[in-house]
Write a protein that binds this ligand. Structure first.
Ligand SMILES: [Mg+2]
Length: 235
């Protein structure tokens, strides 16, 4: 067990683009109902909106879906960045309300082996992705499928220092749990934290999170309480 753990979102955080947005733009039927608007308006859960979009995908074969995943723009040189983190005493866990199907394939093609908490799913020949909520009740949420906050809470019990990086509203509850020093945000997550007056470290690319964490020193330095750490811990 490492002394420090970075829990990171996947879509839009470890990648430039979200899988669902690419899927809607390229592989979904033109008459697809606006499931995302339904989620935004509170008429359906985040999980059910994503699952409906993924199920509507019409991919000729698995390769077409894989190409879509590659176009998400995974952080370049990911293996090197993860190696740098591990040398500095950090382990990395992915927590995603998206589907493990593309996350595991992208990480595999980058030669990276990480703990992944995501919604399980499989490719349906001639169709899209069939996604389901996780089996493990400890990390299962009706709203997101994967309970991101529960993953972070569990990490805080086991690991002296926990950082979080994310870009979306589904990341907010998890981001609130870590100290501002270790809270990395961009996009909708940054806007939501701004609205709450909660400090965070901004980033544009995931590699900047790596640089930021490592700039704070080795594992010993990492475990040293930061002045604003107390204020950041909640729950
Ligand atoms: Mg995201």
């Amino acid at each position: 067990m490492s002394a420090a753990l970075l829990v990171t979102d996947f879509d839009g955080t470890l990648t430039e683009r979200d899988f669902y947005q690419l899927a809607v733009g390229r592989l979904a039927p033109p008459d697809l109902p606006d499931h995302w608007a339904d989620y935004r308006a509170g008429r359906t859960t985040h999980f059910d909106a994503l699952a409906a979009i993924f199920a509507s995908i019409r991919a000729v074969d698995e390769q077409a879906l894989l190409e879509l995943a590659h176009d998400m723009g995974l952080q370049p040189d990911l293996a090197e960045h993860v190696g740098r983190l591990r040398d500095g005493g950090w382990e990395v866990a992915v927590v995603s309300a998206g589907c493990g199907w593309y996350i595991e394939r992208l990480l595999g093609s980058a030669g990276v082996d990480l703990e992944v908490h995501a919604n399980p799913g499989e490719f349906v020949p001639g169709g899209g992705l069939r996604m389901r909520r996780p089996d493990d009740p400890r990390f299962r949420s009706h709203e997101l499928g994967v309970d991101k906050a529960a993953v972070v809470r569990d990490a805080l019990r086991r690991v002296p220092t926990v950082a979080f990086a994310g870009d979306g509203d589904p990341d907010l509850a998890a981001a609130r749990l870590v100290a501002p020093t270790w809270r990395y945000a961009r996009g909708d997550l940054a806007a939501a934290l701004d609205e709450e007056g909660q400090p965070y470290q901004p980033f544009a690319r995931w590699s900047e999170v790596v640089d930021g964490l490592l700039a704070r020193g080795d594992t010993t330095g990492v475990a040293t309480p930061h002045p604003d750490e107390e204020a950041g811990h909640r729950g």
